[in-house]
Design a protein around this ligand. Structure first.
Ligand SMILES: [Zn+2]
Length: 271
């Protein structure tokens, strides 16, 4: 099952068994903020029930990015009366355009969601939009800062910061290699260095999945990705006809390395 961990005053993280999604909860005096809603109505309902053990206040929702395990539970919250769903602009667009096609990833975990049949299986597109400037959401006596550090794990990653705690979505994952499928590797490395530099401002850093992360963990992740970008670029320069030559030199498994190179080539900045 799932349990709440207190991560700073009025900040909590719900560690969910299975996908190990970390749902965040920030409780103000007037409203509470839920960060990421799970992969369908079943998990969404569990998250909502768990939230209601902690707080009866009106809720606002944040989706950290447009991957199904972070927003497919939105409809449960909409049915429960939530009207404010926050996301980065690109994330909201992506959910609108590609939300439906992600149903095939859910499988037996959420059969209603994958079949689009039953209650609370609609795609709920975020309607409260963060662009390039940070947005402060007042929860009553406590504000959450929603901000974007550029493209990284996706093109619409949103971070949520409170006086004690930084929720970073899948920009940082603990216990699993980074997921590069929709990523911008060079910019992700930059974002990680940025997070690493900000880390001292917060007592707790909550990754999208897995355990709480130390300074060192984020620093290492940033350095590893920065090095990987350099190595892959070098290797692509050496053998432009066969970019897969770079795979063995990269610090990731073969599957991640293949995605890393593919995305690096598709998303290259001009040098
Ligand atoms: Zn993700």
């Amino acid at each position: 099952m799932s349990e709440w961990l207190e991560v700073g005053e009025d900040n909590y993280v719900l560690v969910t068994e299975g996908s190990l999604l970390n749902t965040g909860l920030i409780v103000g005096s007037e409203r509470a903020m839920v960060i990421d809603t799970g992969c369908g109505p079943r998990q969404g309902r569990k998250i909502l029930d768990a939230v209601r053990e902690k707080s009866q206040l009106p809720l606002v929702v944040v989706n950290t990015h447009a991957h199904y395990d972070h927003f497919f539970g939105n409809a449960v919250f909409a049915e429960a009366g939530v009207t404010e769903f926050w996301a980065h602009r690109n994330c909201a667009t992506d959910i609108e355009v590609r939300g439906d096609v992600q149903r095939r990833f859910v499988g037996t975990l959420e059969p209603e969601m994958s079949a689009a049949e039953g209650e609370n299986v609609e795609i709920v597109v975020p309607n409260a939009i963060v662009k390039d400037q940070p947005v402060l959401v007042d929860l009553g006596g406590l504000s959450a800062a929603l901000f974007h550090l550029g493209r990284g794990h996706t093109d619409g990653d949103l971070l949520v910061g409170t006086p004690t705690t930084l929720f970073v979505g899948d920009l940082v994952e603990q216990g699993a290699p980074p997921s590069f499928e929709d990523s911008y590797p060079e910019e992700w490395a930059d974002a990680l260095r940025h997070i690493s530099a900000l880390r001292h401002r917060y007592d707790f850093l909550i990754p999208g999945h897995g355990k709480l992360c130390s300074d060192q963990f984020v620093k290492t992740m940033a350095e590893t990705m920065t090095t990987a970008v350099r190595q892959a670029r070098q290797s692509i320069r050496d053998t432009p006809s066969d970019a897969t030559k770079a795979i063995p030199v990269l610090p990731y498994g073969p599957e991640q390395s293949r995605w890393f190179i593919k995305r690096l080539q598709e998303t290259r900045r001009a040098h």
